[in-house]
Design a protein around this ligand. Structure first.
Ligand SMILES: Nc1ncnc2c1ncn2[C@@H]1O[C@H](COP(=O)(O)OP(=O)(O)OP(=O)(O)O)[C@@H](O)[C@H]1O
Ligand SMILES: [Mg+2]
Length: 344
């Protein structure tokens, strides 16, 4: 394992060698790749390998409205805007001597892109509401799952900024284009979650073989979620294909690359309760497919299902069930009251 990166793929090994080479320089690194391919993992590895003494500071540019992003990035002085009651440092100042990781850079507004370009060129930053330059020594690592060249063509990303950012480009391949990594990652996450949940289980070879044919649109994160789910819910000593989420089995069967049919993979012996939990986890592991999702409802379903499971495991003892869920007994009772109301 190299810096927490589990891989046997030659494409990924080349990437590891490349980041090892460029990390000690202060060259800006642009990391691209589909969701869940390991962009943040690579960014953190670059920081560790850089030997820079300052902190690793991350910021997701897509998650924050433009004005707030601006003051988060650059800081602000007292009185710069309503609510600015004190002067505050931004992420650039906090990352001084270290690394600033700007995630989802493709979603930054055109105006802020111009500001970022100026900072990169001048190596100094001005807080919002201030005209004083502060010298900063920050290594920038940026990531996106967008094609920035296409964004430039569409007029949503500045070409001059792209050339400043694209000094070293790390392009992470999707998991389906490095299938040789699936078995090793599978084993890695399996061991990790067995340790985390203190379970001693075995992994059937068919389980790994079916997953190796699956297309993982959510990449390594999806694989990780699947392994967490199976380790958590496995009832016997052996994790088998029957523990896989239904949508994985269906997709693999539908791809027709499998030499086993869905009927052969399933025992069909699930109780309605198990089926419920199964469906629920399918929803969770498929959560990046936002089509038709109702977050509120999904979270309520998850809560309800876990409460029922905890009560079941505790033979109806509320104190014990609350302990399983790591919540107060009174909180559990509140939640049960609400569930009863909903059911009425
Ligand atoms: N090669 C790998 N070895 C071990 N763990 C990995 C590997 N690649 C990814 N992971 C794990 O998978 C999860 C997703 O990775 P990460 O958050 O870095 O992806 P990302 O590309 O930033 O995703 P997103 O675009 O959704 O933000 C993390 O928990 C990460 O530790
Ligand atoms: Mg990320």
């Amino acid at each position: 394992m190299f810096e927490g990166i589990v891989t046997v793929s030659s494409k990924m090994k080349k990437i590891c060698q490349m980041i090892e080479r460029v990390a000690p320089s202060d060259a800006t690194v642009l990391i691209t790749g589909e969701s869940g391919t390991g962009k943040e993992l690579i960014a953190r590895a670059i920081h560790r390998l850089s030997g820079r003494r300052g902190a690793f500071i991350g910021l997701n540019c897509a998650a924050i409205p433009e004005d707030i992003l601006e003051s988060e990035l650059f800081g602000y002085v007292k009185g710069a805007f309503t609510g600015a009651t004190t002067t505050r440092e931004g992420k650039f100042q906090s990352a001084h001597g270290g690394t600033l990781f700007l995630d989802e850079i493709g979603d930054m507004s055109y105006r802020l892109q111009a500001k970022l370009l100026r900072i990169i060129q001048e190596k100094s930053v001005q807080k919002v509401g201030s005209s004083t330059d502060e010298k900063i020594d920050v290594r920038l690592v940026v990531a996106t799952n967008k094609n920035l060249h296409l964004e430039v063509k569409n007029g949503t990303f500045r070409e001059d900024l792209l050339y400043r950012l694209d000094v070293v480009h790390v392009e992470l391949p999707p998991l389906r284009e490095r299938r040789e990594d699936i078995p090793v990652l599978c084993r890695h996450f399996f061991d990790k979650f067995c340790r985390k949940y203190s379970r001693s289980l075995k992994l059937s070879p068919e389980f790994v073989s079916v997953l190796s044919r699956y297309d993982f649109r959510g990449n390594v994160r999806e694989l990780q979620n699947i392994l967490e789910r199976v380790v958590l819910l496995a009832e016997g000593d052996m994790v088998t294909v029957n523990d896989l989420p239904r949508h994985v089995l269906e997709t693999v069967a539908a791809q027709n690359v499998a030499d086993i049919t869905l009927e052969e993979m399933e025992t069909g012996d699930m109780t309605p309760e198990e089926q419920n939990v199964n469906d629920l986890f399918n929803k969770i592991t498929g959560v990046w497919e936002l089509d038709g999702i109702d977050l509120q409802r999904l979270l309520q379903d998850i809560e309800k299902e876990l409460i029922l499971r905890a009560l079941n495991k505790a033979n109806g003892n509320k104190s014990l069930a609350a302990q399983f869920l790591n919540i107060n007994r009174t909180t559990l009772i509140e939640k049960l009251k609400r569930l009863c109301k909903e059911a009425a």
